[in-house]
Ligand binder design. Structure first.
Ligand code: URP
Ligand code: ZN
Ligand code: ZN
Length: 463
């Protein structure tokens, strides 16, 4: 068992910022102490003077290898979790998928098989519920007891993952009874499909129309409906990938009423806009995701929501598709562009840039990227903080270094970067996953299979 001392860095958690030594024995943190105050014979000494020492990122929304639009997300569990480690994320929660007509159990088993022995960092699963029936509802209860405590449902994508209001209500009632959390993709997919058909019939086939038909009001309407259904069911609710200020207003209203309503947004909604979707020569396809990118004015509302906790988590919704051969499936028909963006490697850095830009504080950075996702999905304090007893998932971060983002240098298995050429301040230097150094400067020391499957408690915020 390796004993490791990280000395003299600024240790930042959601609660504190303190210059300290972090002492690690094997896989766990054993002390956070005033520098030099605790005698500790370490095998490895790391000088973190001038650096931040932060918990490894917890990305609660990724889709490695997701089948979508006739193809598969281009990161495997091996490549995607390696890229996550490079970017300072040490836990992901991905989504197993229930097939139509299939069981939740079969879906979970299939995703366990994809991930087993492949992951560089620890991982858990939510389940995508695509087919609500009596059997599914029973299985929700069983899986919750086994540590799969959250279930994603879709008000979008009719014919694929879509559930109607009755199905959603039934699943919410089950969640209300068992303490599970329903994660909602809140867009009115039935109305959107009408607008897609009308748009294509008018010859409006470019990627930019993806953003136009997925109207902000249809996100807000679905968010409102999901909240009311959750109220009727007596269930907590977590809205995923929220992008529209009108949808945020619905969440804010629910929270003001004291409801257990939570929401995440993603870096793409804070750093990219519809201008990117409108890039010429089909380049806009690189920015097609759902919910879609919004006009610039939505960003101020999202930053405000992040500061006042109406938005409590930043996840990536990492779901990469290569431009060549995958995004190109939608040439001449934006509705055939596979939905999703790469992001698992860039989240921690973009959020540090948000600190540099004055949008959020350093502690809020750690809260929304590490501590709250861990609490929301039942992993705290094992994950999401640096404290005695926590897993030694630790990032040593250089706040002064700059980097230029590029597909030529990133580690995600995708042929473009959404942030190509953009400079951000701050860089991951060293990453520990359960006490093992997996990234050291420019070197990768991790391995497929180091990452362990995580069973999770229920949401730790429910009142
Ligand atoms: O565009 C997206 N978000 N793709 C991934 C699937 C989903 O809806 O999260
Ligand atoms: Zn979604
Ligand atoms: Zn997603």
């Amino acid at each position: 068992m390796t004993r490791l001392a990280i000395r003299g860095g600024t240790v930042i958690t959601a609660a504190d910022e303190v210059v300290a030594d972090v002492l690690v024995d094997g896989e766990r943190v054993v002390a956070v102490a005033t520098p030099g105050s605790v005698p500790f014979a370490a095998d490895t000494e790391i000088d973190a003077t001038g650096r931040y020492v932060i918990p490894g990122g917890v990305d609660a929304h990724t889709h490695m290898e997701l089948p979508f639009g006739g193809t598969f997300a281009s990161d495997t569990f091996e490549t995607g979790t390696r890229a996550a480690a490079w970017g300072g994320t040490t836990t992901i929660i991905d989504f197993g998928v229930q097939q139509m007509g299939g069981s939740l159990r079969a879906g979970l088993d299939a995703w366990q098989e994809k991930a087993a022995g492949q992951c560089a960092i620890d991982y858990g699963f939510h389940m995508i519920v695509a087919d609500v029936n009596d059997g599914t509802l029973k299985e929700m209860e069983a899986l919750t007891g086994e540590g799969v405590t959250s279930f994603k449902m879709f008000m979008a994508y009719p014919g694929v993952f879509y559930s109607d209001d009755g199905q959603i209500l039934r699943a919410m009632q089950k969640a209300g009874d068992t303490g599970a959390l329903i994660m909602m993709h809140a867009e009115n997919g039935i109305a959107i499909d009408v607008l897609i058909a009308q748009s294509l019939a008018r010859g409006r086939t470019d990627p930019r129309y993806h953003g136009e038909v997925r109207h902000a009001l249809l996100e807000a309407e679905a968010t409102h409906r999901a909240i009311q259904l959750a109220r009727v069911a007596g269930a907590p609710l977590y809205i995923v990938h929220l992008s529209a200020q009108e949808a945020l207003a619905e969440v804010a209203k629910a929270r003001e009423m004291g409801l257990n309503a939570f929401a995440e947004t993603c870096p793409q909604y804070l750093f990219l806009t519809v201008e990117d979707l409108a890039r010429p020569d089909f380049e806009g396809a690189k920015y097609v995701c759902s919910t879609p990118l919004r006009p610039l004015e939505h960003q101020a509302a999202l930053w405000r929501g992040l500061r006042n906790d109406d938005l409590s988590v930043i996840s990536t919704d990492h779901c990469p598709f290569c431009f060549k051969g995958q995004k190109e499936l939608g040439l001449g028909d934006f509705s055939k562009i596979p939905n999703g963006l790469p992001g698992v490697e860039t989240r921690m850095d973009l959020l540090h840039q948000a600190v540099v830009d004055g949008h959020i504080s350093r502690r809020r950075w750690i809260e929304i990227a590490c501590a709250t996702p861990a609490r929301m999905f039942g992993l705290y304090p094992r994950k999401g903080t640096i404290a005695p007893g926590s897993d030694a998932d630790i990032v040593i971060y250089d706040p002064a270094a700059t980097q230029v983002h590029s597909a030529a240098t990133h580690h995600m298995n995708v042929d473009y970067s959404c942030y190509e050429g953009r400079t951000t301040t701050g860089k991951v230097r060293t990453v520990l996953s359960r006490g093992r150094i997996v990234v050291d400067g420019d070197g990768y020391l991790g391995s497929a299979g180091h990452g362990r499957y995580l069973t999770r408690d229920t949401c730790q915020y429910l009142r």
